[in-house]
Design a binder for this molecule. Structure first.
Ligand code: IMP
Length: 177
């Protein structure tokens, strides 16, 4: 990659904003009064998490978890482990996982299993983007934002090799070679 790569906008910041508002309204309706813990999956979900939580005007807790995933390339290694864990007790709590993207589903599937073993009162998933064409393991997305084609996307928190997270739009990263 490098000078050979080209970005084209897939979802504008306005489309993203509308999607985040729609998801926030659904989440608000289901979690009001339940004092949930929202667990953002680092690093990709940080921007989505911040915008989403700003729209949720009721008591909730914020956590982050970091899992090993791509390691700087475009292919998931399939090996997942918790690199940075949780501070809060999950048992008996309403847990909502906040993902930037569900691609093969391996990372999210691992995380939902990991959290499920901790016996939460409930466990659901909110994903800003979904790339269903690449799924290797079934994952139920309770709050789904934007469906993306089988392309590598960057921006709004999503990276390629730590680049492009700052972009306000979600863009397709194309190889021009
Ligand atoms: P999985 O394949 O569903 O396990 O996705 C693992 C992780 O790969 C996601 O949490 C993202 O961080 C990253 N990922 C997958 N697809 C993309 C993409 O199109 N752009 C940027 N990151 C991606």
């Amino acid at each position: 990659m490098g000078s050979q790569s080209k970005l084209s906008i897939l979802f504008t910041s306005e489309e993203i904003e509308a999607t985040v508002s729609k998801l926030a309204a659904e989440i608000r309706q289901d979690y009001l009064g339940k004092h949930p813990i929202l667990i953002g999956v680092l690093k990709g979900s940080f921007m989505f998490m911040a915008d989403l939580i700003r729209l949720l005007d009721f008591p909730l807790e914020v956590e982050f978890i970091r899992l090993s995933s791509y390691g700087g390339g475009r292919k998931s290694s399939g090996k997942i482990k918790v690199v940075q864990g949780l501070q809060s007790e999950v048992r008996g709590r309403h847990i909502l996982v906040i993902e930037d993207i569900v691609d093969t589903g391996l990372t999210t599937g691992f995380l939902l299993d990991y959290l499920g073993k901790k016996k939460p009162a409930s466990l659901r998933l909110c994903a800003l983007t979904d790339k269903p064409s690449r799924r290797k393991t079934p994952v139920t997305i309770d709050y789904r934002g934007l469906t993306v084609p089988d392309k590598f996307i960057v921006g709004y928190g999503l990276d390629w090799d730590e680049k492009f997270r700052y972009l306000p739009d979600i863009c397709v990263l194309e190889n021009e070679g």
